[in-house]
Write a protein that binds this ligand. Structure first.
Ligand code: ZN
Length: 250
């Protein structure tokens, strides 16, 4: 279902008149930048052993799988450019419309697209820590340099391999980010739900907070979600909708 000019105008009005606009994004936003979805039709799950790559017990035993296989897409993402969706969301934040952005993505592309208020509920590779030494905090850039040479990042104190602050299977989600995401979802009078099928919790529960406080949901996703029937507006093509919004913003 293609969004008409009238639809886009209506959405633009909703966005620019919202009191507390919040966005919730998933993998669909990044596939436009050439980042592959883990679970989608051409997802990495089918090709790589993602269950193992992102498994904390496996990582503790042997982190090399993560840094060799996972590394090829996590640490080459600065070659990827933000998509029209990342860029428009960045503009919306800079112009004061977007109050915060909750993402399930771990690719740092929202930051690259100009968003500063990013809540990363599945963690982030922006920092790396040591299981054994408190206070170790190594940046994405430093680690990426090491990984691209085919090596693993080591703790400057004890020499053990560092772990990215991405949430792995078997780990609990970052509590502070979840708390913030919940508060933002409760405050939202409009939530944009972009490129996520709302099947993974707790992301899937965020729109429920918005609905409970009489906020409106706008869903843009190429697959159906369990909340489609509750959406105020619903579109399928992220690229088309955001090209339209971009024209109105210029
Ligand atoms: Zn250490």
């Amino acid at each position: 279902m293609e969004a008409t000019t009238e639809d886009i105008n209506k959405l633009y009005k909703l966005i620019t008149e919202a009191k507390h606009l919040v966005a919730l994004t998933g993998a669909g936003v990044s596939t436009l930048s050439g980042i592959r979805d883990f679970r989608g039709k051409n997802g990495l799950y089918n090709e790589l052993d993602a269950e193992k790559i992102f498994d904390i017990y496996y990582f503790e035993k042997d982190p090399s799988l993560f840094y060799t296989q996972g590394g090829s897409f996590i640490y080459n993402i600065d070659e990827k450019e933000p998509s029209i969706v990342h860029n428009v969301l960045g503009k919306l934040e800079q112009r004061g419309y977007l109050k915060s952005l909750i993402t399930q993505n771990i690719d740092l592309l929202h930051q690259k697209g100009g968003c500063k208020k990013v809540i990363e509920i599945h963690g982030s590779p922006s920092t790396h820590y040591c299981f054994h030494c408190a206070g170790i905090n190594v940046s994405y850039e430093e680690v990426a340099e090491v990984v691209r040479k085919g090596e693993m990042p080591k703790c400057p104190k004890c020499g053990r391999v560092l772990k990215p602050a991405i949430t792995f299977f078997g780990e609990s989600l970052p509590a502070e980010a979840l708390k913030q995401a919940t508060i933002e979802s409760q405050q939202a009078d409009v939530m944009l739900i972009l490129g996520t099928s709302l099947t993974v919790f707790p992301a899937a529960s965020m729109p429920e907070h918005t609905l409970r406080n009489s906020g409106k949901l706008v869903i843009v996703n190429n697959m159906s979600t369990p909340l489609d029937y509750q959406a105020f507006m619903h579109f399928e093509d992220l690229g088309q909708v955001f090209e339209g919004l971009n024209q109105l913003l210029n």
